[in-house]
Ligand binder design. Structure first.
Ligand SMILES: Cc1ncc(COP(=O)(O)O)c(C=O)c1O
Length: 353
């Protein structure tokens, strides 16, 4: 009988639904409208037969991104989405049987990667006040903790860690020889960032993505930022041509377009403010967020409502467990998109009398 890793064999994956392009996509925190058409036209014009025939060369985008965020290029490696970055980081810095500590709820790929790699996923739940007790996270660390992962802002809760709490946690992690992974997939929708701590402590790794604010989820482009030693280890693990040529080119064009990132963030923030206002004015309880998604408690059952939305060609995420059980999460879009969503909500979220 051939060998299969027990961890891989026993993991049950649920992959995203197919055919989503025909729907208004508010379920996976993408930008539902994407980049401005003129930026897409610039991308199209850059594609030539020679361009497609040449192996990828990531250094130019790496250098550009380094200067974009103000770090040295040796502190960066690019990955096939930040999803792959998380896998590499867990694989490099956690030993099978040891602990990866996160809060719960958080991005589900931490749990999945722990299953796949034989790691113990240890979690600290949010309190009844929907807040993380940073001391509880620190107390949960032991000498078996190899990685503490903070999603900042967290998905799906939408809240951020203060620099003071993060420093406390990083120092405690260092005393257990643990790495702190800060996942900033939702940066650019908030001013909060823990990026500066990468240069202050030698056990911090930060990830970002081009999938959210930069609106390039389809091309798969993630970024790891740390000190050159930790980046070197991750680079050793990555496949030779980790990020494809097309993704690299799209990333460069986004960074090279003056004001684009600010414009993309602004559109989403305006949409977010609009939908929060509408929901609150209509009596909904809304979960505040510093991201491109918000959660609210519908007037009818959330899973049934999500199905009704689907019938109206709109995809939303409904929660069946955890602190947001019975709630709906939607990612934001422009005010126009949020209005379309809200009009549909008013039509279908009507309790039976
Ligand atoms: C917190 C968080 N981190 C990482 C990712 C992965 O993003 P990507 O692989 O598209 O870079 C996501 C995707 O939704 C996320 O929510």
């Amino acid at each position: 009988m051939y060998y299969v890793s027990d961890w891989i064999k026993n993991t049950e994956r649920i992959f995203p639904n197919q055919g989503r392009a025909e729907f208004l996509r508010l379920d996976m925190n993408e930008n539902p409208e994407g980049l401005p058409q003129d930026v897409v036209d610039t991308i199209k014009e850059a594609v030539t037969p020679e361009f497609l025939a040449t192996y990828p060369e990531p250094d130019r985008l790496r250098d550009k991104y380094a200067s974009f965020i103000g770090v040295h290029p040796d502190q960066i490696t690019l990955t096939n989405g930040s999803d792959n970055a998380l896998r590499y980081i867990l694989q490099t810095f956690a030993q099978p049987g040891h602990d990866v500590l996160t809060v719960t709820p958080t991005f589900e790929m931490y749990m999945v990667n722990c299953w796949l790699l034989g790691l113990n996923h240890k979690t600290v739940p949010y309190g009844v006040d929907h807040k993380v007790d940073i001391n509880a996270v620190i107390e949960a660390m032991t000498d078996d903790t190899d990685i503490v992962a903070l999603v900042n802002p967290n998905n799906p809760m939408g809240d951020c860690y203060s620099e003071t709490d993060a420093r406390k946690l990083i120092k405690a992690a260092a005393s257990h020889n643990a790495i702190v992974l800060v996942d900033e997939a939702y940066h650019y929708f908030t001013k909060n960032t823990l990026l500066g701590l990468v240069n202050e402590y030698d056990n911090v790794i930060l990830t970002r993505t081009f999938s959210k604010c930069f609106s390039l989820a389809g091309v798969r482009l993630g970024v790891v930022i740390s000190n050159p030693t930790l980046i070197h280890y991750i680079d050793n693990l990555r496949v030779t041509f980790e990020v494809n040529t097309f993704a690299l080119m799209c990333g460069e064009i986004v960074l090279d377009t003056p004001g684009l990132v600010e414009q993309l963030a602004q559109i989403q923030i305006e949409g977010r403010d609009f939908i929060v206002r509408q929901l609150e004015q209509h009596g909904y309880e809304v979960y505040p967020s510093e991201t491109n998604f918000i959660s609210f408690k519908p007037k009818t059952q959330s899973s049934t409502l999500a199905k009704k939305f689907e019938e109206h060609r709109i995809l939303v995420k409904s929660f069946s467990s955890g602190p947001l059980e019975g709630w709906i999460r939607i990612n934001t879009g422009s005010v126009k998109v949020m209005r379309q969503f809200f009009d549909c909500l008013c039509e279908i979220d009507v309790p039976e009398s």
